[in-house]
Every structure is written in C-alpha cells, then in structure tokens.
Design a protein around this ligand. Structure first.
Ligand code: DGJ
Length: 779
C-alpha cells in the first residue's frame, strides 16, 4: 500500500515499510527501509533531525538551501555535480555538453490496475499491487526524470525503474541511468554476490562492506556466470535464520552493475542497473529512455527469509504463461548421452527405454541440423540433417510421439557459424568490426539483433522449425560472450550492448508468444544467462553444464538465495561424471535433482537392469511429489562441507529433507537432521525409503562374512553382487512438529569401520539421503 501525506511517502508490503520525504529544496530524502511500522506515528519526526550547519567541507546544495549538503544525506536518487560525490543514479550530458543534473520534485501519481505504466521494450514483473510514480524536472534544463516504485505486497518486494524524457529541442546523451538506489544511514554490513565461470556457477562470496566500493557487474554482453545480477546486503551478524538483509536483482539479461559503497560518514549506498561502462544512449528531442526494472526486498528473518520473498516474487510475478506453477515433464536429453553423434535409430532406441522408465519427453540436443557434427559449423542453418534424421524433424517427432513421449529440440537462434550457408549468404548479419579480425568463442558469432531485418529473418526461420512438427519443448541455448561490439546500424556504438538486449527480447517475445504451449528452457553454456529477464519468457533455466551431483549441490545452493528451485532444471548423468570424472551414487545424483525439475542426460540404452529398476523407482517417486516444488518454501539448513536442504509445502502438510556430505570421516558415526518450518501443532511421520546397496561398495570387506574368499571385481564378486544386496537403514519416527522443529532427528549412525548391517547408515564420500516428512493422523 502507498500512503502519501504532506510530501511524506510510505510504501508498505505485508511485513516491510519504506519511507521517504520531499525536502524543501526539492530532492527526495530516503528515511527508512525495514520491518513494518506505522510511519505516520512519528517516524518522520524521529528520523528527520534538525540539520542547520553542514559538516566539514561538504558543499551545500545552493545558496537558498545552505543547510542541504547532498553528500551526507540518504537520498532516493542522486545526480552528478551538485555535491553528492557518491555513485549517482543518473548522469546526463546536456545539450551544452555539461554533465551536471539538478533534478527536483515536480509531482507524484499513484497508479493502479490498467493505469500502471510499464517499461517499453523490456520484460517487467507482472501484476504489481500499486505503482508510485514521482516526476522530477531538472531545475536548469527541460529534462524529466521519473522514478517508479511498483509494490508487491505478498512477496515483500518493491521494484524500481527510472525514465528520462528529453523535452529539449536537441539531443541529450544518457551517460548513466540506473534503476535502483538504496541509501542506508549506517551499520556494519556484508555484501554477498554469486560468482563463477563455466561449470562453476553461483559460488557464494561474502565480503565486508568497507569505506570504498564493492562492485558486482558484467560487461560480457550477457548477465553472465561470472557475476549473477542477484546480490545481497546483510548486517554482519545476519545468518540464514535471523537478522536484517536486503536482496537486489534486475529484470535484465545484459551488462549489469551493482555497486555497494560506504562513505566517510558511514552511509551505505547500493545502486544497480545497466552497466554504465561502455554505455551511453543518445536521446532525441521528445524521446524517452527506460532503465530495466530492479527488484529489492528486505527481510528481518535472515537469508532464508529473504530467499522466501524472492522465490514468491519470481513464482508469482516473473514466471508466466501456461507453464507457470505447473509441474514439468521428466525428460531425457541427448547431450551427455551421445553429444553430436545422434541418429534416428539411437534416438528411437533411447526413447523406447525412456518410456519404460517413466520418462515423458525426449529432447534432441545439439547436432540435429545442417552439417553439425561438431561445434565448428552450421549454426544458422536450421534445417534438419537428413542423414541423421531422414524423416526430418516431423519424422522423428512423430515416431517419438508414437512411442508415447513428447518431443523437444535444442536451438541457438542468436548465433551463426562462419562455416554456414547463412553466413556465406549474409555475412552482414553477423556482429563484427568491419575490416578487423574477430575474436572467436566456441567457433561462432552473434547475429546482429540490433537490426530489425536480422531479427525478422531469425524469427521467421525458427517459427518455421517450431511449426514443422509437434514440438512441445525447446532448449534455447547461447554459447559465447560478446566481443567486437559493433553494428553499422548505429551512430553511437555505446548503445550496442543495450540495443542487442532489446533486440533479443523482441525476438524471444515473438517466438515464445507464437508458441504459448511450448515449454521453453533458457540455457547459456549452462548458467551464463540465469536472470529474471530470461525467466519472464522461459519458465526454467539449465543451471549449469556441470552435472556432477556434488558440484551441482553448490550451484543449486547459490541459486537458491535468489531463485526458486521451480525455475531450475537439474539432470542425472552418467558416472564417472563427464565434467569432474567423479563417481557418485545414483541415489545422490537423484536426491540433488529431486529438488528441481528432473531430467536425465545419460545413455539409457546402456543401463544395467539394476540401474533401470532404480531409475524407474526414482521417476515414480518424483512424479508423486513434483507438485510440491511449485508451492513450498526451500530452506537452507546448512551448506559447505555438508548440505542440508528442506522443502516445506506451504500448507505444512509435507516436507522433504535432502542431506549430502562431502568426504566421509573415519570414526564419525553421529548424524543429526535439523528441521524447521513444520507446524508445531501437527503430528508428523518422518521416514526414508530404505535403499539396497551393491556389495561392490564394500570392496573386500565382503570376505569378513563370506564363507569362501572372493577376489574383488572377479567374476564371482560380480555374480554375487547380482543376487546379494546390502540393506540400507530404515528411519520411521512419529513426532509433533514442535519437537521436530526444536530437536530435529538423530538418524541411524554412520558406518564407522566397526560393523555393518541394516541398522547402520551406509554413507560413503558424497553420500546423500532423502527424508520424507508427512502429516500423520493422530490415532
Ligand atoms: C551448451 C549447453 O549448456 C549444453 O547443455 C548443450 O546443450 C551444448 N551447449 C550443446 O552444444
């Protein structure tokens, strides 16, 4: 709810308040963002001390307002050149070449329903409850700056974006226009960002905020796996369960920038938006420029509380269309199963086995088009390779459908290989600096989406592909970062990166809009473009090319801070793992993928009958429970050396716990599962589904019990392993939620080198368990 009285502005969500006021000098002073309070009960009086004499050598704003020193104030926006030397929200090169802006309050409006204004050309969050728009005008020029605040009460999120309108007669240049600015009066804070590289996405970094600047940004042309746009500012003593924290994200897929700075007065400022590095935008007379929408949230309940807000926001206001809130089919993807070596027979064989396992969708990944036998050619030539698939896409799709599976394909619409018919015909469609060598990334180049003609071409081509067969899923990949930024369609090359993203959104919108039933999955060499912009069009994203369960647990943990697991897809692949050569149990691989949208990326035609049975049981279990992912809270109980995640249904009738450990320790039998979030008054059944373990895992320890000596990996050992399995432990406890929330559960003890039977927990390196907690009847 937005409340305004006497130039005092209060924005309230379910549990937070955000307050600012207009100063007599015209600027907006930020006063409070935190736990909900009745701000009109004296907060403005309490938070606005008399300030007559600006301290030290601060510059005062003007001779009319000698008491206003912008540098030592909390502000809703900052310009450049009027004494505030911290990070500005906006910098404009005026018609006279000067860079000073002097935006002051003009008016406000509260918009509701159909009057809510949205951003042109960029995706935005759906269905805000209300919108506050504040119009500012530069005191010296005819330039307007509008600040927008959209309120999302239930998720405790506020989004902000800004708009500049040029009312001058000649062009101005936007040097920087960020989306969000949050000033905090004082405090000891830490900044969390999520960094990485290919196959190592979303590492959690926590850095103390010092007097200076911390920057999380991308200049890769994409939001990038180097620095995800989601960031957190937390009080130094905030942990997963308690304390103050603020989350920030951007609904944008290009070069982004978040800077946290602390000044000599202890004031902390967070700004975020389009990266001002190598950016500027020429704005002609009467034109408007929008920044992307930035999201922020406050939680006083620690990082899990903040994640809950962000998850609700993403599920309710970002993900849209037919698949929002709907459980996704279990799929089999051909990539790690056979890479580029696909053909009809192989795919049909895999599909037949997949069907028996309970898989619902077969996805033909890279390699189905042009002459694509490796990554050196054919991007742009979106015609089926008839040597591999003689019946074309329709032929293979019909056959797969005939086997009872849905059919999906991989595409990479933004790219072109130099070795392609498209490039030979239209080298002008590819981004490059004329006359200069181009830097290569995976042997491919970007199509110049700043040009309408190129966008029209690719939209037409991809729409033809998607309507040529009964395609129900598309993986939209993008496998390089930008270099050689240039388009001959632009006067100002500093506009290139942003205009590319605008072009990309146009292309995605037209393609996804034309096929509303298709489930689109975003991908960029894994998580190189895992952001809210993409999620506005595609309800799930391939989080990483790393399918190793242990690494994946870290990646999913990182993602969980800002994104719900319902937008993450996670696959079970073969072992040794293709990225790390690590072996993990199928149980572990399943447990990690269980918490997201499950798929398999393994040659199912080569599976042993034991693995088939195990996978069949996994898929059945997943299908019985997958709905919960879309209406539950994900809670991080611990992470690092051990992971423990909980998923608790919103009605608290069901919960799942995954535990996962790193290297096992000798003589360390104790294990405890911590629990939270259950309803104190409900009675619960805590249980597991006992596993059966292959005797190979016990090596020659088998000889302790075997009447005859068995040589490891001998024919006898292998034969015995077919018939003799080791029973895993059984957990079966009924207890009140209040007890489980307080004490957790001490499970069967781990194997400690002193004996094994079904009362001992077999928990080797990277061991994992999935526990179920269900509301029990009271009788
Ligand atoms: C990168 C993706 O992340 C992989 O999953 C796979 O689709 C390959 N591209 C195909 O080239």
């Amino acid at each position: 709810m937005i409340k305004v009285s006497d130039f005092k502005f209060v924005i309230e969500t379910n549990t937070t308040s955000y307050c600012f006021r207009k100063l007599n000098s015209g600027q907006l002073e930020h006063l409070y963002y935190g736990e909900k309070m009745d701000a009109f009960d004296g907060a403005f009086e309490a938070l606005c001390p008399v300030n007559k004499y600006p301290a030290g050598n601060l510059c005062t704003y003007s001779k009319d307002f000698p008491d206003v020193a912008l540098e030592n104030m909390c502000l809703e926006y900052s310009g450049y050149g009027k004494g505030d030397v911290r990070e500005p929200l906006v910098v404009i090169r005026n018609t006279d070449g000067s860079l000073t802006s002097d935006f002051i309050y003009h008016s406000y409006v509260i918009n509701r329903g159909e009057h809510i204004e949205s951003i042109n050309g960029m995706p935005s969050a759906l269905k805000p409850d209300e919108q506050l728009k504040i119009k500012l005008m530069d005191r010296q020029t005819n330039v307007e700056l509008d600040l927008y605040y959209n309120i999302f009460e239930e998720s405790d999120c506020i989004t902000r974006f800004s708009k500049v309108v040029n009312h001058e007669d000649s062009p101005i240049e936007i040097v920087r226009l960020l989306s969000n600015q949050l000033d905090i009066f004082e405090g000891s804070f830490e900044f969390m960002n999520f960094t990485g590289a290919w196959a190592r996405e979303m590492n959690v970094n926590t850095t103390p905020v010092f007097q200076g600047k911390l920057v999380n940004s991308s200049v890769a042309g994409v939001s990038s796996n180097r620095n995800n746009p989601f960031t957190i500012l937390k009080k130094s003593d905030t942990n997963e369960f308690a304390g103050d924290c603020f989350g920030f994200n951007l609904i944008y897929s290009g070069n982004h920038y978040t800077c946290v700075s602390k000044d000599g007065f202890g004031k902390v400022r967070v700004v975020s938006g389009i990266n001002p590095d190598c950016f500027s935008f020429k704005l002609n007379s009467n034109e408007a420029f929008f920044s992307p929408e930035a999201v922020m949230s406050y939680s006083g309940n620690g990082l899990n509380g903040l994640s809950k807000n962000m998850h609700t926001f993403v599920r309710k206001h970002i993900v849209r269309g037919k698949w929002a809130g709907k459980s996704r089919p279990v799929l089999l993807n051909s990539w790690e199963a056979s890479y580029f070596k696909i053909d009809e027979k192989k795919l049909i064989d895999m599909a037949k086995t997949a069907k028996k396992l309970g898989i619902e969708l077969l996805v033909v990944d890279d390699g189905w088009f042009g002459k694509r036998d490796n990554d050196k050619s054919s991007l742009g030539d979106w015609d089926t390779n008839l040597k591999k698939l003689p019946g074309g896409l329709k032929g293979i799709c019909d056959k797969i459908n005939g086997l009872g599976l849905d059919f999906g394909i991989w595409i990479e619409p933004e790219m072109v290989s130099v070795d392609s018919d498209l490039y030979r015909k239209h080298p002008d469609y590819a981004v490059c600096v004329p006359g200069k060598d181009h830097s290569e990334g995976r042997n491919q180049r970007f199509l110049d989406f700043t040009k309408k003609e190129v966008r029209d071409y690719i939209v037409d081509k991809i729409c033809n592909v998607l309507s040529s067969a009964n395609i129900s899923y598309v993986k939209w990949d993008m496998n390089r970062i930008f270099t050689d930024f240039y388009s001959d369609s632009l006067d100002n090359q500093m506009e290139f990166s942003h205009r590319y993203i605008l072009g990309l959104y146009d292309v995605i919108e037209r393609i996804t809009g034309a096929f509303p039933d298709i489930l689109f999955e975003g991908c960029a060499s894994g998580g190189n473009r895992f952001d809210l912009g993409i999620l506005c069009y595609m309800p799930q994203i391939w989080a990483s090319d790393n399918t190793d369960a242990w690494c994946r647990a870290a990646i999913q943990t990182g993602l969980s801070y800002g994104y719900p697991m319902s937008v993450v897809s996670s696959h079970i692949s073969g072992c040794p793992n293709h990225q790390t050569l690590r072996n993990t149990l199928l149980e572990t691989r399943f447990n990690v993928a269980f918490m997201a949208n499950l798929g398999y990326e393994i040659n199912v035609s080569d599976l042993s009958s034991e693995m088939m049975n195990e996978i069949k049981a996994q898929i059945k279990l997943y299908k019985e429970n997958r709905d919960v992912l879309f209406d539950s809270d994900f809670i991080r109980m611990s992470y690092g050396d051990n992971y423990e995640w909980m998923l608790v249904s919103r009605d608290k009738s069901k919960a799942f716990v995954i535990t996962l450990s790193g290297l096992s320790k000798a003589n360390y039998p104790d294990c405890e599962v911590k629990l939270t979030g259950l309803c104190d008054d409900k009675l619960y059944h805590f249980y597991n589904i006992p596993a059966k373990y292959d005797i190979h895992h016990f090596g020659d320890l088998i000889n302790i019990v075997s009447p005859v000596h068995i040589r490891q990996n001998s024919l006898v050992h292998n034969a015995v392993s077919k018939f003799v399995k080791m029973d895993g432990e059984t957990e079966d406890i009924v207890a009140k939620g209040s007890v489980l929330n307080k004490c957790g559960v001490r499970t069967h003890k781990n194997f400690a080198g002193t004996g094994y039977d079904s009362d001992v927990r077999f928990y080797q390196d990277f061991g994992s368990r999935l526990y179920f907690i269900e509301e029990a009847k009271n009788d």
